[in-house]
Design a protein around this ligand. Structure first.
Ligand SMILES: [Zn+2]
Length: 274
């Protein structure tokens, strides 16, 4: 548990669910005092939810819960928190759910598919629709005398990069790039990500994220222009720096890149099937 730099009424509690996608674990935020708002309760791990509830109790109790997006590692704990859900949808899926699993699973179609149009105010927060990582992804902005804070979920992470899956898994790289641009336009003073540490240099971080995706796209386009059409070799060419455990995630990310190029009429014919 740690308070945000310059904002002692923002607390971060990291859930014990570390992994390649979740980094050190999912970040749960308590915001305000008497009462507090909980952003992303995280996984349904009793010790984590207990820690969140105890910290909230010390700060005057929970007014309500807000979710940046429906992925399970952010939302599963909603039921255990037992406080009103003010924004978002709980899902069992995450960015690693395959299209097949999505179609065959008990839930069909992405929940909150229409929420990119969502805007408005909830308590002290303004909603910023930010699809890309997930169709229903939003950021929450809070203005205080100490500055503009954006709770950015998995749009931007404290370190490493966020995965943007293809449409069948709820993602869109084109939407993701527009979401990053909207986030940059807000000129936040501090960003609180869904995973990883506080982002105290938001402008530089968002610029780095935009540049990173453009660089991947340029590498992919270069490989296609060189005549490569095999998916495995396109992956080798454009994700040449990715360690083996993250290769499946990179393959998912490449699908989103190929979709974006196809939508822009920039994808040559003959790319091998999956
Ligand atoms: Zn996440």
């Amino acid at each position: 548990m740690a308070t945000a730099p310059g904002h002692d009424d923002i607390v971060r509690i990291v859930a014990p669910n570390p992994g390649p996608m979740t980094l050190e674990g999912t970040n749960t935020y308590l915001v305000g005092r008497d009462p507090v708002y909980v952003i992303d309760p995280g996984p349904a791990i009793p010790s984590h939810i207990e820690a969140v509830r105890a910290a909230a109790e010390e700060r005057g109790g929970i007014e309500g819960v807000l979710l940046t997006h429906s992925h399970a590692d952010h939302t599963e704990g909603v039921e255990l928190i037992a406080a009103p859900l003010l924004h978002g949808t709980v899902s069992e899926r995450d960015e690693t759910s395959t299209p097949e699993a999505v179609l065959d699973g008990p839930h069909t179609g992405w929940v909150g598919q229409d929420s990119p149009g969502v805007t408005g105010e909830i308590g002290p927060f303004t909603l910023l629709p930010s699809p890309g990582h997930a169709a229903d992804h939003v950021c929450f902005t809070r203005e205080t005398a100490a500055g503009r804070v954006v709770f950015c979920g998995d749009l931007v992470l404290g370190h490493g990069s966020s995965i943007v899956p293809p449409a069948a898994m709820g993602g869109s790289l084109a939407a993701y790039m527009r979401s990053l641009e909207r986030l940059a336009a807000l000129e936040p003073d501090l960003m609180c990500p869904g995973h990883g540490p506080w982002i105290t240099d938001p402008a530089a971080k968002v610029a780095e994220y935009l540049a990173h995706r453009r660089e991947r796209e340029a590498k992919l386009v270069a490989a296609l222009e060189a005549g490569e059409r095999e998916r495995e070799r396109l992956l080798d060419a454009a994700w040449d720096d990715v360690p083996e455990p993250l290769r499946p995630a990179a393959a998912v990310a490449m699908e989103a890149h190929l979709e974006k190029l196809a939508a822009e009429d920039r994808l040559p014919a003959g790319v091998s099937g999956r």
